[in-house]
Design a protein around this ligand. Structure first.
Ligand code: GDP
Ligand code: MG
Length: 173
């Protein structure tokens, strides 16, 4: 019974990319929860980060809700099937895009449906700021307005920030 970490965030922030990095070549279990109109794929796998092992969920289901603008309404099955199983959450945003209104929606949604989960905010795609630390600080400032503490800067694509992610998760797991 490994701890379960769910990756949350609006579409295109890199949730699946981070999931893939964390599980590497291990196999992912794919299942779906039929909802009113959408079939939601949820991927689950065993993540390894340094000496940490945990179960990780790629919450593709949230995307449909976020993009249809009804993220706050049609959440019953997500809550029951996925969020209810998670102990911790990685809340992904896009460092390059800055704070997006849908990030705020995801935050509201999380506060409402899983107030016990204090997510780690991860600014993904931060590798593009490698030579511009001023912009990264500005993005971090914006992300802290989500109210979940200071974000960490990561890149699912290059692996930047994985040690920081490790240091954030280690005390929790
Ligand atoms: P999801 O919708 O949140 O699951 O996002 P995806 O994992 O499908 O990624 C969306 C897009 O962002 C894809 O084109 C990825 O290649 C790209 N992407 C993901 N992670 C990174 C990253 O760390 N850096 C950059 N530059 N692009 C990324
Ligand atoms: Mg995805």
């Amino acid at each position: 019974c490994l701890p379960i970490v769910i990756i949350l965030g609006r579409p295109n922030v890199g949730k699946s990319a981070l999931f893939n990095r964390l599980i590497r070549r291990r196999e992912a279990l794919v299942y779906n929860t039929p909802d009113d109109h959408v079939t939601r794929d949820i991927r689950e796998g065993v993540a390894k980060l340094g000496n940490l092992r945990f179960r990780v969920l790629d919450s593709a289901g949230l995307e449909a809700e976020a993009s249809s603008g009804s993220i706050l309404h049609r959440t019953a099955s997500m809550t029951a099937n996925v969020l209810g199983r998670a102990h911790f959450a990685l809340f992904l945003t896009d460092a390059r895009a800055g704070l997006h209104p849908l990030d705020q929606e995801v935050g509201k949604w999380l506060r409402k449906h899983a107030p016990q989960i204090k997510p780690i905010v991860c600014m993904n795609k931060s590798e593009s700021f490698f030579d511009a630390s001023g912009s990264l600080a500005t993005a971090a400032d914006e992300m802290s307005r989500l109210g979940f503490g200071d974000p960490i800067a990561i890149s699912a694509e290059t692996g930047l920030g994985m040690p920081d992610l490790y240091m954030s998760l280690r005390p929790l797991l």
